[in-house]
Write a protein that binds this ligand. Sequence first.
Ligand code: 5GP
Length: 120
Amino acid sequence: ALPGLVIDFLGLQSYGDETRSSGVVQITFDLGRPVEDRHVLVVEDIVDTGLTMAYLLENLATRRPRSVRLCSLLHKPARTERQVPIDYLGFTIDDLFVVGYGLDYKQRYRNLPWIGVLSS
Ligand code: 5GP
C-alpha cells in the first residue's frame, strides 16, 4: 500500500537578475519519491510572474499524479506572465520585493519573523 501523507522537497532556480525571474527554470534538486497516483499539494512562498510554478506544474503533470493543487503564501498579480491556478492563497500583494518569513534576498532576511519590503 502507498504510505499516507509524505512531505518531500524540490529545488527550483530561475535565472535572471536579482529581483526578476527570467523564466528559464532549472530543477536544482528533485523529489525523493515518485508522485504517480498521489494527490500532490505544492507549497510555495510566492507566485510572482508565475513562470516558476508554470514550469513546475507542467513538469509534475508528466509524472502522472492523481491531482495537483497549488498553495502559496503570497501572490503578486501585477506581474503575471503565466496564469497559474493558486488553489490556496494567503495574501495578494503589490508589486514590491518582499523579504522575511522564509523569503530571502541573496540569502539574507529569511529569518525575519515578519514580511517586509526591501527598499534600496
Ligand atoms: P516567478 O517565477 O513567479 O516570477 O517567481 C517565483 C520565485 O521568485 C519565488 O518562488 C521566489 O523565490 C522569487 N520571488 C519572486 N518575488 C519575490 C519577492 O518579492 N521576494 C523574494 N524574496 N523572492 C521573490
